[in-house]
Design a protein around this ligand. Structure first.
Ligand code: SF4
Ligand code: SF4
Length: 436
């Protein structure tokens, strides 16, 4: 069944800039594959590939900037790259394959790890290559992740340049990814302090409250104790207070690294989020199951730590969580399949932090999206581009406020509405017009 909510005709020839951009991106991807497979590739090959990749994104801005700002429904639901065609599957398989290698076979990416190692040493004072020849893949991942958010962030700003909200929000995720998720944690290492990603709040960073991590931070002096206090305070105080006032958007669309990647790298694929009732039902089952899973895992580890209760079973549980949720769900499926399932698979179906934020937003927050139903022309733009799979139009047609646990407050539904029907607002909880 067609879920696109749009009527589209045959695709016209692509602009030259779009073709050139796709060709350059393919060349860069090929170059990286050559780099991975070569016995001893020069570092310059990596920099050339990265430069070509960045240029491909900049070239793709030309058609965006030559037209009026905002989303265009120009055959987006029939193009191979944006509507689950061959090009989208090729991208999905490439990205998923990269994640599989990154998480489970990092040694195969050794040449890429060596390529960025001088940057790691310059920032953190440490090498990713151990004295025994082993390699750590996480700096490479952080580096590529940050570059993706920054470069595709520029693209998102160009696309949504008509919206002040979108510009500031995109600059915010770029700032937090570069500063608080990438540079500062690595600089802390150079200062002989624990590595700590300040923007990844428990339970998103699920191991942060495991006994081993808590003990490690508690034994790391004043800075470690400050990190521990920040971690506890951010979930117990900052999260409820900010979500009460602003909804979950303050985190999911302004601060979080996963949200940052979804809003930048994932933006071209946001229309692929399923709007079916079945996926809404699945979303609620899955996300709260993961939340229970992380609570049970953390509880079991503490029970074992304090009373020796459960023994190795607690460790096996933690390993299962790390493998199934931390690696497969959030990484391989959540990001690798952007071109197929849309940009927020992890945020919508799996993130335990989003589950907590969603409960607060649904029941205790001042945030809502108001709708002026009389103005709605039922074009469906809002539903089509809602990355969380919310059928926004359904609410708009009825003039009801949108108060959904899953809404990340990205504001794109409002930015793409041609009639100014949708407004992200705050006000007393009791004044929300909701379906019961
Ligand atoms: S309802 Fe609107 S603001 Fe909420 S997630 Fe969907 S597009 Fe974003
Ligand atoms: S709310 Fe706006 S974007 Fe959504 S269907 Fe109505 S007119 Fe179209």
């Amino acid at each position: 069944m067609d879920q696109s909510l749009q009527l589209v005709g045959e695709h016209p020839p692509l602009p030259l800039a779009t073709k050139a951009s796709a060709a350059a991106a393919s060349l860069a991807a090929l170059g990286f594959v050559v780099m991975v497979l070569s016995p001893n590739p020069p570092a310059s090959l990596g920099w050339i590939c990265l430069a070509v990749l960045i240029v491909s994104v900049l070239v793709s801005l030309r058609p965006i900037l030559s037209e009026p700002a905002g989303i265009k429904n120009h055959y987006i639901m029939s193009a191979s790259s944006t509507r689950r065609g061959v090009a989208a599957w090729a991208m999905g398989v490439f990205m998923t394959g990269f994640y599989v290698l990154l998480y489970f076979y990092p040694a195969t990416l050794r040449n890429l790890i060596v390529w960025v190692d001088p940057i790691k040493i310059a920032i953190s004072g440490e090498s990713a290559i151990g004295s025994d020849g082993s390699v750590s893949q996480w700096f490479l991942y952080g580096f590529l992740y940050t570059v993706a958010v920054l470069v595709m962030g520029v693209r998102a700003i160009a696309k949504y340049r008509h919206s002040r909200y979108q510009i500031i929000r995109t600059l915010s995720v770029m700032f937090f990814q570069l500063g608080f998720a990438f540079l500062i944690p690595n600089i802390m290492l150079a200062l002989n302090q624990p590595y700590y990603e300040w923007t990844n709040i428990w339970p998103l960073r699920y191991y942060e409250m495991f006994p081993s991590e808590v003990t490690h931070l508690a034994n790391s002096g004043t800075v470690g104790i400050t990190m521990l206090a920040w971690g506890i305070g951010s979930i117990l105080i900052i999260t409820p207070v900010l979500t009460y006032f602003f909804g979950k958007r303050w985190y999911c669309s302004w601060v979080c690294g996963c949200g940052g990647l979804a809003e930048t790298l994932g933006d071209p694929f946001r229309q692929n989020s399923s709007k079916t009732l079945a996926s809404w039902k699945l979303e609620r089952w899955l996300i709260y199951s993961v939340l229970v899973f992380v609570f049970v895992t953390t509880g079991m580890l503490w029970a074992n730590h304090l009373w020796g209760f459960l023994g190795s079973a607690s460790g096996s549980f933690a390993k299962a969580y790390g493998f199934l949720i931390g690696a497969i769900f959030s990484g391989v499926i959540g990001t690798g399949f952007y071109p197929i399932f849309g940009s927020r698979v992890w945020c919508r179906f799996g993130c335990p932090m989003a589950a907590i934020l969603g409960i607060i937003q649904r029941f205790f927050s001042r945030f809502r999206i108001t709708t002026n139903g009389g103005q709605c022309i039922s074009c469906g733009n809002c539903s089509t581009y809602c990355e969380m799979g919310i059928d926004v139009r359904w609410y708009a047609q009825r003039g009801q406020d949108i108060v959904r646990a899953s809404c990340v407050g990205c504001g794109v539904c409002s930015s793409v509405c041609p009639r100014g029907v949708l407004h992200l607002e705050t006000g007393p909880t009791s004044t929300r017009r909701m379906v019961v």
